[in-house]
Design a binder for this molecule. Structure first.
Ligand SMILES: C[S@@+](CC[C@H](N)C(=O)[O-])C[C@H]1O[C@@H](n2cnc3c(N)ncnc32)[C@H](O)[C@@H]1O
Length: 426
């Protein structure tokens, strides 16, 4: 199958079938050696969709919403390639017209005319002529207006602008070192010898940052469990939970098990861990992690964490609440998130989080630790829930890095947008 067909079919699944871009790219990678151009085009179109559609709406007499979905995708891919990848030649137009013939033959003239008109008058057509500032920013950064308004409300305009500027930045990959098997320095030396560019994390003690992570999961060191790929803020959560051996630990929303498996490493297999998730299909991922790392004493369960489990009452020394969230902090890796969420969804998630936190509180022993984390930004899921927890009389906030809660931002910390706060039951 040619590249354009793979790109257009992949984007169709992301935009219209709610699939994740990473899953689509993994599927393509299993059939293709080099997918760098396909990756760039798929991410590029998702990250610029609102801007690309703005340009198309200047050129098309038919409204965007009325266009055939595949035809719209062909135009988006074409304009992205011409404008952002600087492929200003008519060969690319011919290729896309050929794809159009297969998808919707009657539209071939239309696609041809739009793409050629864009090449002829690119400078003018690519300008954004919008006066309203929010609408302008929304098109410029392809970020729905509700997110811009929500960030302004939660923080301020300066924060929002910095966030938008960093929205499409690709960051490094981070890994956590299994220091029961190898020291961070020794692993660093081995990976550097293999050609990786490695540096220390500024956020977590166990993490290393890798700027050229290609084929990292195929190395012998990964297979031998010397390290795991995990975002450094997520590693920091487990470091802050700091579980002790011979304790009872509950990870309420655990799949795919990245944090559970680090917790298992931190307690040397010497604690009772329950790793729970509501999604039955994701449980096998937790198991894969446990098996690769040869971890013991982890029981996997499958219940809705907002329901009360009477037998868990005051049973746990640690409850990790790494809860389902809107994910606005991880749009560099999952750019489609911006189109799949809305304000109503954020509010629903925030109330689900409160219900789960209520349960977690009940399951904690006196002296037990509750850690709440999200990979999102915005007040409803972060600050409000921190305040909610402070109102429980038997919870005492424990500072992390001298702060009552931590909120990392992509633009200041060069990492995921991520929130964490820690409490002890007194
Ligand atoms: C942020 S992810 C957890 C990531 C995981 N802690 C890790 O580090 O690998 C949130 C998880 O919550 C699960 N989830 C969503 N609603 C839930 C509920 N009501 N009860 C339990 N799990 C839930 C989702 O299936 C998802 O796997």
């Amino acid at each position: 199958m040619d590249d354009f067909k793979l790109i257009i079919d992949g984007l169709y699944e992301v935009f219209y079938e709610n699939k994740k871009s990473t899953d689509i790219l993994n599927k393509i990678a299993s059939k293709r050696e080099d997918i760098s151009y396909i990756t760039r085009s798929i991410y590029g179109v998702i990250e610029r969709k609102l801007y690309l559609d703005y340009i198309i709406s200047k050129l098309s007499k038919i409204k965007i919403k009325k266009l055939d979905k595949k035809v719209l995708l062909i135009l988006e891919v074409g304009i992205y390639n011409i404008h952002f990848l600087d492929r200003k030649n008519y060969a690319i137009v011919n290729e896309l017209v050929n794809v159009t013939k297969k998808e919707s033959n009657k539209s071939k003239g239309f696609v041809n005319a739009i793409l050629r008109s864009f090449i002829r008058d690119e400078e003018n057509l690519s300008k954004i002529n919008i006066k309203n500032e929010y609408e302008y920013l929304s098109i410029k950064y392809s970020c729905p207006i509700w997110i811009i308004e929500y960030l302004n409300l939660s923080y301020d305009e300066d924060f929002t602008k910095k966030f938008l500027l960093s929205l499409n930045d690709k960051r490094f990959i981070s890994i956590r070192v299994n220091n029961k098997k190898i020291s961070k320095d020794d692993l660093k030396k081995i990976l550097i010898k293999r050609g990786y560019k490695v540096s220390d994390s500024k956020i977590s003690k166990l993490s290393l940052r890798i700027t050229n992570p290609s084929k990292l999961a195929s190395t012998n060191e990964f297979k031998a469990g010397l390290f795991t790929i995990q975002s450094e803020a997520s590693i920091k959560v487990c470091e802050e939970l700091n579980p002790k051996e011979r304790s009872n630990i509950l990870d309420l929303c655990a799949a795919p098990g990245t944090k559970t498996s680090l917790i298992g490493e931190l307690v040397n297999n010497n604690a009772n861990i329950i790793a729970n998730d509501i999604s039955f299909n994701k449980l096998s991922k937790i198991n894969e992690n446990i098996e690769r790392l040869n971890l013991k004493n982890i029981e996997i369960t499958n219940f809705d964490a907002s329901e009360y489990i009477a037998e868990y009452k005051e049973k746990f020394d640690y409850v990790l609440c790494d809860l389902p969230c809107s994910g606005l902090g991880v749009m560099d890796r999952k750019p489609e998130i911006r189109y799949n969420r809305d304000m109503d969804g954020v509010k629903k998630l925030a109330s689900l989080q409160k219900r789960i936190l209520d349960r977690a509180f009940m399951y904690l022993k006196k002296g037990g630790i509750l850690l709440y984390s999200t990979c999102t930004l915005g007040m409803y899921e972060n600050l409000d829930n921190y305040i909610y927890l402070t109102k429980k009389k038997r919870l005492k906030n424990i500072a992390i890095d001298d702060k009552p809660y931590i909120e990392y931002t992509p633009f200041e910390d060069n990492t995921d947008g991520f929130f964490m706060t820690k409490f002890e039951k007194i």
